[in-house]
Design a protein. Structure first.
Length: 760
């Protein structure tokens, strides 16, 4: 019979049946599991030790055998931790691991029927196991003989093997092997072999100890003489300052830091006097002092506050991005009035390749500040940002303090990249660390777990980047100044290529000769070989064309469309709208973190059950848009309500392999349905964006610029957009406004009358 239990992961710790262990839990997830187990699972929990002990534990890495443990006792400590006593009860087979909540795993279990053993053979193995165990205990000076009483009072081989395994000093990997082995006879034979090895190790260690006893005495004598020599040098004042103590003391005295921090570091330096250089703790202190004493506690770069020169630098390196440049100009204006103003926390949001990282680098160069980039995309472990305690083996400061050490100043420009891709799970929440870093009321005394002393981050200009604001945690979003960087139009890309990309390539390749490339050819290259919001791929292809030009060894060369096809092979994309041949098909405008796009929406209605089907990898919001559009049409007088009786409605968005989500497709879905019901075709030159309510009102949408750019690039001639987005048209390039017929609508009835009544 199958049943379920919550799963507790114990890394590097294995519990066996009949074994009792004590734990002190700190993390909230484990406490939550214990609470749920007490409430719903009769104080039982499944204990498993992951096959790998690193931070990335996947469900498929978890073993298929675990131990059911009984929560024998629990005590809530004053420090918030939970002290447990767990007792292993039995091995069970795991049929499946599944999510119980976002951070808790549940396992579907079945009991294991243990194999029956041949009585005589079992008796021989049991005797041999006890005999070899007694030999092991007698050969070791440090092992307790408490196991003897347990072994003598029990003859069950299952119990004996588990009890002896838990007693022996095996690592977690070895114990895990014994835990997942179901056959007690095989476990016993493995134990006999492993205990024999332990006996041999004990004999070898004893031999080595006897051989090195004299050598250890010599080392102790050498240490004593060195300490005496230090005392003599200090008394006679003849120290040459070359010792580690002198070195780090000099570094400390050159720092301008708080007295509390000074005293703490001085205490660490004083420890060096009392420790032999061969001590492991000596090396730990040295590593710590190397990091802390070389941090830029009081070192700043001289900032360029001349707004004209800063803007000139930004204009030279980047096309457009006017809002970013204006914000930096405002910052410099205020900085010149009050040097102590709080630095803004800017977040640049836009598709890949539009210049978020490069504009940040240029800002650092223009301001004469050091630059460092910290990538947090996919980060789910807060200790990577805030560091590990020095008590852990291989501990290091977090990425934040490593950035300052690398920059060498306390006022750099730090880019925190891809904040929309951070992950919160059972390993921690990096967002909470970023709040400490960015909050002006807290970052003046930021404490890294490794450094252990407050460091002032308030002089730093933090700039964050993201592809979309939708997945930025709200607590972080609330502290950011959002600046949206939109997709580039074809014409903007042509200007960027001529004024920025090609000159930069010529400088990089040290070219005296120039490549001649007309606007028509650049447009052909952009439309047929790149499908991106930014210019990353455009730069790659231009470099390839310039390389081919250099290989030709001609004095000058004009690149044509034929040359582009010759060197870059056949076009990757074709800007072509498929003709709409039937009713029930319309163009919707979509926006994603990669930019804008045109997506076909298809509607079909046929005899069958009265139900609504939606396909095309739609998210929950889009599925609701389908339901709203259907309800609106049923309640309207556009068609007779009888057409829905015993009929199935099917809505499909093409490109089914791509997941789609967002509240801006309701108008397109409504139009496709009415087109199908009235059997009136809608032109492929028309596109729609906007969400519809049950009463037919059209709601505003985001990403209008990207959507209109996509419509223009795909040959659309007429676009219906929400009336509430009228103010957004100010940011749309002039060429697009002039090329598209943009119709502002506040109620769907306007679209119905324009598209369908005229046709009737």
């Amino acid at each position: 019979m199958n049943y379920t239990l919550l799963v507790m992961l114990l890394k590097d710790l294995v519990i066996l049946p009949f074994q009792e262990i004590k734990l002190e839990l700190k993390d909230e997830i484990s406490k939550k599991i214990i609470k749920l187990s007490n409430k719903k699972y009769n104080d039982r929990v499944l204990i498993v030790c992951p096959n790998n002990s690193d931070n990335e534990t996947l469900v498929e890495d978890l073993p298929k055998v675990g131990v059911v443990a009984y929560i024998k006792s629990k005590i809530e400590l004053s420090n918030g931790n939970l002290r447990l006593t767990l007792k292993g009860e039995k091995r069970v087979k795991v049929l499946n691991y599944q999510a119980f909540t976002d951070d808790v795993i549940e396992a579907v279990l079945t009991d294991i029927i243990l194999p029956k053993l041949e009585p005589n053979g079992e008796e021989v193995i049991r005797r041999k196991l006890k005999e070899i165990l007694y030999d092991y205990i007698s050969s070791s000076k440090s092992i307790s003989n408490s196991i003897i009483k347990i072994v003598e009072d029990n003859d069950d081989l299952n119990f004996l093997t588990d009890a002896i395994t838990s007693f022996l000093p095996f690592d977690s990997i070895k114990k895990n092997e014994y835990m997942i082995e179901l056959n007690s006879e095989k476990r016993a034979l493995s134990l006999i072999r492993d205990i024999k090895l332990e006996i041999q190790y004990n004999k070898l260690e004893e031999k080595i100890d006897n051989n090195v006893e004299v050598k250890l005495t010599k080392e102790q004598e050498e240490y004593y003489l060195k300490e005496k020599l230090k005392e003599i040098e200090e008394t006679l004042n003849v120290s040459d300052g070359s010792s580690d103590y002198e070195k780090y003391l000099n570094l400390l005295n050159n720092l301008d830091i708080a007295k509390k921090t000074y005293d703490k570091l001085l205490n660490e330096i004083e420890k060096l006097k009392r420790l032999p250089s061969s001590s492991p703790e000596y090396a730990v202190i040295i590593n710590y002092l190397e990091v802390v004493l070389n941090l830029p506690w009081n070192i700043s770069s001289e900032e360029n506050l001349n707004s004209k020169s800063v803007l000139a630098h930004l204009n030279k390196s980047h096309y457009a991005l006017d809002e970013v440049k204006e914000r930096i100009e405002d910052y410099l204006t205020l900085k010149n009035v009050n040097p102590d103003i709080t630095n803004p926390v800017i977040c640049l949001v836009g598709p890949p390749g539009v210049g978020k990282t490069t504009i940040t680098k240029s800002i650092a160069e223009a301001l004469n500040r050091e630059f460092c980039k910290i990538s947090v995309g996919g980060l789910n472990d807060a200790t990577e940002l805030i560091g590990s305690r020095r008590t852990y083996l291989g501990a290091l400061p977090g990425k934040i303090m490593q950035a300052y050490k690398k920059c060498g100043v306390n006022n750099p420009v730090i880019l925190i990249d891809e904040v929309d891709k951070m992950v919160k799970d059972f390993k921690g929440d990096p967002t909470s660390v970023l709040l400490d870093v960015l909050d002006e009321n807290q970052n003046k005394s930021f404490i890294d777990n490794y450094i252990e002393e407050p460091f002032d981050l308030s002089h730093t200009l933090f700039i964050l980047t993201a592809n979309t604001v939708d997945t930025i945690p709200y607590t972080l979003y609330d502290r950011l100044e959002i600046i949206n960087l939109s997709s580039y139009t074809v014409f903007e890309k042509v200007d960027i290529a001529k004024k920025y990309i090609l000159p930069k390539i010529y400088d990089e390749f040290k070219m005296a000769k120039k490549l001649i490339m007309k606007d028509d050819t650049l447009i052909y290259l952009i439309n047929n070989y790149t499908k991106e919001a930014g210019v990353r791929n455009l730069t790659k292809y231009l470099k390839k064309l310039v390389t081919k030009f250099l290989a030709s060894k001609k004095d000058s060369y004009t690149i044509t469309n034929e040359d582009v096809r010759k060197y870059l092979k056949e076009p990757l994309y074709e800007i072509k709208l498929d003709k709409i041949e039937t009713a029930g098909v319309v163009n919707g405008l979509a926006y994603s973190k990669l930019g804008g796009g045109v997506i076909r929406v298809e509607a079909n209605i046929y005899n069958g059950d009265e139900k609504i089907i939606s396909t095309g990898s739609l998210g929950d919001v889009l599925k609701e848009s389908v339901l709203v559009a259907t309800s609106y049409i049923k309640a309207s007088d556009y068609v007779s309500s009888t057409v829905f009786y015993n009929r199935t409605i099917h809505i499909h968005l093409l490109d089914g392999a791509t997941s789609k989500e967002g509240p801006s497709c309701g108008v397109a879905i409504t139009t496709a349905l009415i087109s199908q019901l009235l059997n009136i075709k809608v032109s492929e030159l028309v596109a729609f964006t906007g969400e519809i309510t049950l009463n037919g009102h059209i709601l505003p949408i985001g990403g209008l610029k990207e959507k209109l750019i996509a419509a223009y690039n795909n040959g659309i001639k007429k676009v219906y957009i929400p009336n509430d987005n009228a103010n957004d048209l100010i940011d749309i390039p002039k060429q697009i406004i002039e090329s598209l017929e943009i119709i502002l609508v506040s109620d769907y009835k306007t679209i119905y009358e324009d598209l369908f009544l005229k046709e009737k």
